[in-house]
Design a protein around this ligand. Structure first.
Ligand code: SF4
Length: 80
């Protein structure tokens, strides 16, 4: 049985098509991270960021090499 990430219905990477991610790449992310199993989504940077700060900016991708603290710093830079 297919399992899905608990964030699937609210994650902008999944629910929006206007983030500048091409359709093929989005499909790859979804099969590698979102529609697999807990082991897969628990290493997704978007999942980890949301878990840490209850929010995930759109620039974060599942395979972004950033800690939640680095995400916050980058987010703050973009808002100043
Ligand atoms: S991108 Fe990450 S957080 Fe978003 S639904 Fe997929 S696995 Fe979950």
């Amino acid at each position: 049985m297919e399992q899905v990430c608990p964030n699937i219905s609210t994650c902008n990477l999944v629910v929006r098509d206007d983030l500048g991610i091409n359709a093929k790449k989005k499909k790859e992310y979804m099969s590698k991270y979102c529609h697999r199993n807990e082991e897969s989504w628990s290493v997704c940077t978007r999942y980890l960021t949301k878990k840490a700060i209850n929010f995930c900016p759109d620039f974060v991708l599942p395979n972004s090499k950033m800690t939640p603290d680095e995400v916050i710093d980058k987010f703050d830079e973009g808002n100043n």
